[in-house]
Structures are given as C-alpha cells and as structure tokens.
Design a binder for this molecule. Structure first.
Ligand code: PGA
Length: 248
C-alpha cells in the first residue's frame, strides 16, 4: 500500500538562475509538510546549483539518454545526471514522445539506464484526445506502460505518472470517474508485471493540476500524487498543492 503522497514539479524548458529563488521557496514549503514527498525537476542547467543550494530537497531531471556514454551530441547520460546531483528522472513525457519521437522501447531502456545509475524514475503514460474519444484510452495507456516497463522494476525506484495528453497545459482535467478507472487499470497492469509489489508503486496524476483541483484529484483511489507543470513554477502556486497532499 502507498502511504505517502508524492508531488513532483516538472519545470520543462523554464527557469534561469534567477528562478533558483523559487526552488528555495518551494523547498521551504516542502519542509513544513514532512508527510509529503516533494521534488522539482528543473532544466538540467540548474540541477547542480539547486542541489548545492538546497541540500535535502529532491531535485530531478526531465530525461536521460539510454547509453552510458558515446557519440550522442547534445545528450546527457544517466550517470551525468546523477553526478550533477539529481536523485530521479522523469522519462517518456508525452512532449518528448511527440517532439523527440521517443518510443516505448526507448523509454524502457532509459528507465533501466537511470536505475543502473542510481536514479529513481517516473515513467509517463497518457492517451491523446482522439484515443479517448475512440474508447481506447485504457488500452493505449496500459500498452504504453507494458512497453516502457523496465526489467527488474521495484517499488523503491519506480513511479508511474498518468498524464492524458489533452489535459496537459490546457486547464482541462478528466472526470474523476475517468481518472479512477485509469488509475485502477494502471494498478492492475502493474500487478500483471510485478505481482503484489505493485500495490506499493506510486501512480501520479498529471495534467492541469493546480491548487484548486488538487484535493479532489488526490482523493481519487490510486492517485498517489501529482506531476505538475505550469503550477509548479512558483511556491505561490505549488505550495497549495503540497498542502492539499498533506491532508491525506
Ligand atoms: P501541466 O503539465 O501541469 O502544465 O498541465 C503537466 C506535465 O506535463 O507534467
């Protein structure tokens, strides 16, 4: 059983050095709510500085390469991310699946590389609006999960994030019943992949989560936290989500 909520901020391609003060403020809020696990995934350029400035506060990356090293111009290996001080990485975000054409097989390799480097991983899955309208959402999401699932995955390093693509950055969130159905389906798929240990894997919801809807979303069965984009950039917006999670 999952006992602690996990709230993760995905800064995407936002944040220059000036915004380190936002992480300072977020870390302060997180400190007030010890019952919740909180992390921020800033751009890679801020990781080392954030880790130095805010010891004890979890900083993650938004991607890593699957190879250990080699001729991959512009890419970063999991060891590099780990050495910079990150403790985990978001992998297979729908923006990367779309913009960088990442496949399930690549996400699986990245997750294995990240784990081998000592990083926790958050594997993202989610359907498009067309797929939902066609009644295929559960099938698509569970298929992505099976294809992206790393060998040897365990509860102490694997987290799954369900992020309907059409809810990301749009202000639209699915009906509670649809979130409940999907998270139960993901739990079930995890059970098929890893047996009873699946009960301890945290399944986050992501897509337009904010201070106004966090309580309701986090109260849905099998919603063990949130992966938050836009509302994670400042303590003013992210703080109320952390506070909402602490109430469970
Ligand atoms: P959003 O992004 O909260 O801005 O919708 C969530 C995400 O993409 O992780």
């Amino acid at each position: 059983m999952v006992s602690r909520k996990y709230i993760v901020g995905n800064w995407k391609m936002n944040g220059l050095r000036d915004q380190l003060t936002n992480i300072a403020e977020i870390a302060k809020v997180a400190d007030e709510y010890q019952a919740v696990d909180v992390a921020i995934c800033p751009p890679v350029t801020l990781i080392a500085q954030a880790v130095t400035n805010f010891p004890g506060f979890a900083i993650g990356a938004q991607d890593c390469h699957f190879a250990k090293s080699g001729a991959h111009t512009g890419c970063l290996s999991a060891d590099m991310i780990r050495e910079a001080g990150a403790s985990m990485a978001i992998l297979g975000h729908s923006e990367r699946r779309a913009d960088q054409h990442e496949t399930d097989a690549e996400v699986k390799s990245k997750a294995e590389a990240a784990h081998n480097a000592g990083l926790g991983v958050i594997i993202c899955v989610g359907e498009s609006e067309e797929e939902r309208d066609a009644g295929k959402a559960v099938e698509v999401v569970c298929g992505q999960l099976e294809g992206s699932f790393p060998d040897g995955a365990n509860v102490d390093w694997l987290t799954v994030a369900y992020e309907p693509v059409w809810a990301i950055g749009t202000g639209r969130v699915p009906k509670a019943a649809d979130v409940e159905e999907m998270h139960a389906a993901i739990r079930n798929a995890l059970r098929n992949l890893m047996g009873e240990r699946a009960g301890g894997v945290r399944i986050l919801y992501g897509g337009s989560m904010n201070g106004g809807n966090a309580s309701e979303l986090l109260s849905i069965p099998n919603v063990d936290g949130g992966l938050v984009g836009g509302a994670s950039l400042t303590a003013e917006k992210f703080g109320p989500i952390i506070e909402a999670a602490a109430a469970f």
